[in-house]
Design a protein around this ligand. Structure first.
Ligand SMILES: Cc1cc2nc3c(=O)[nH]c(=O)nc-3n(C[C@H](O)[C@H](O)[C@H](O)COP(=O)(O)OP(=O)(O)OC[C@H]3O[C@@H](n4cnc5c(N)ncnc54)[C@H](O)[C@@H]3O)c2cc1C
Length: 366
């Protein structure tokens, strides 16, 4: 069997990995370098955690997600997950931290509750006067996305997969299973998997009823010197509470301290538009984090990274089969942690002829 995978973010890389592992001839086509800094998977790190608040289907699938990463570490001979655990900080009753904490309790997962002062005593960057409570879960941490992409790419090449960088697919003929490259060359296969992230609507504009493309940005910060140690040993922060939908990745394994907020995102049909950070954007993002962090004005903005991703209306993922082609959009701001298992499910669906089962699992509405 021969399969073409369009797009080498984490969904495409993982699908290619699983297919090549099972003896399928794989062509992986990526319009930029691997990893592509413009892709959603092309930033330094991503959070993995069990808490899922309202989306309990994904929370129930997290053990499979961890298991698929373990399989990948085994194949790569290296573990690209730093188990920092993760922190929830609540500032107001009913904020997202409250919702995530309840999800962990309902799922029976490990959780350490802390008063505001206990939280600040343990994590020196927190201002206790801003908090209702803190809660720490040991089950989660930081996935090192750049190392994962480099590792899978090397593994695929060693296995004989045809990995093509700077190779943009101009169009896909879904029913015949062929793709036309920007160069004009045509490639055909038994199956085509399209994992094109925020670019998917350029290839499949009909999906615009279901998918919306957003542009967002994150800021990399240098903390004041006396807080650097606390951050280096700190957890990922899934939610800082209040209304900013804010999260933080600690500076582990050579990465930077990164902060991001849901308030930063806006609809942008072209994933390559506005990719230069705007004046003052980094300071705006940084300042969302006070409260709950103390001394925010002492944090220097090192750089701003922009990003494009797609969302469905209910933030579940999307799988659509059409002829010999399957389109996979595992994004909506929380798809990286499922990258390895999405690859496992899509490859399994192709090989056992049951992509509908893969769709139900990946869309996680049950
Ligand atoms: C700011 C931000 C923070 C996030 N934080 C988290 C987090 O903490 N935890 C988490 O689990 N998830 C998180 N996510 C979501 C996660 O990053 C995405 O769900 C995931 O990376 C999507 O991977 P993908 O492979 O589907 O898409 P992408 O990573 O976007 O990959 C698509 C690839 O396809 C290529 N491509 C597109 N069109 C073509 C073409 N025509 N020809 C060839 N190649 C093409 C692109 O260049 C790109 O490399 C976050 C997302 C953002 C934007």
């Amino acid at each position: 069997m021969k399969t073409i995978v369009v797009g080498a973010g984490i969904s495409g890389l993982s699908t290619a990995w699983q297919l090549a592992k099972k003896g399928v001839e794989v062509f992986l086509l990526e319009q930029g370098p691997i990893p592509n800094p413009l892709s959603a998977s092309g930033d330094q790190h991503r959070i993995i955690r069990r808490a899922y608040g309202g989306k309990s289907g994904y929370q129930r699938r997290m053990s499979d997600a961890f298991d698929a990463w373990d399989e990948l570490w085994g194949d790569l001979g290296e573990r690209h997950l730093v188990e920092t655990g993760f922190l929830l900080l609540s500032q107001k009753a009913g904020d997202e931290a409250d919702e995530y904490r309840q999800g962990l309790i309902d799922g029976g997962f490990a959780l350490e509750d802390m008063s505001p002062q206990e939280t600040a005593d343990r994590f020196a960057f927190v201002d206790p006067s801003a908090l209702r409570w803190g809660a720490y879960s040991p089950e989660g941490g930081v996935l090192l996305s750049l190392k994962i992409a480099a590792g899978i790419k090397a593994w695929l090449i060693a296995k004989g997969a045809d990995v093509r960088e700077n190779c943009r697919v101009a169009s896909v003929d879904a029913s015949s299973g062929s793709v036309t490259l920007e160069s004009g060359d045509v490639l055909s296969a038994d199956r085509v998997v399209v994992t094109a992230g925020a670019w998917v609507l350029k290839l499949f504009p009909d999906l615009s009823d279901e998918l919306t493309t957003y542009r967002t940005a994150v800021a990399y910060l240098t903390p004041p010197p006396d807080l650097l140690g606390a951050w280096k040993n700190g957890p990922a922060i899934l939610d800082v509470g209040g209304e900013v939908d804010g999260y933080v990745l600690p500076p582990v394994a050579g990465t930077g301290l990164k902060v991001g907020s849901g308030l930063t995102k806006y609809v942008s049909a072209d994933p390559e538009a506005d990719r230069e950070p705007k004046d003052g954007e980094g300071l705006t993002i940084r300042n969302y984090f006070s409260p709950p962090f103390a001394r925010i004005e002492e944090y220097q903005v090192e750089r701003v990274a922009t990003c494009a991703y797609t969302f469905t209306k209910d933030q579940h993922f999307l799988v659509r089969e059409c002829g010999k082609t399957v389109v996979v959009s595992a994004c909506s701001g929380h798809g990286y942690k499922f990258g390895a298992v999405v690859g496992r499910r899509i490859a399994g669906g192709i090989l056992d002829g049951d992509l509908e089962a893969a769709r139900i699992w990946i869309e996680a509405r049950d």
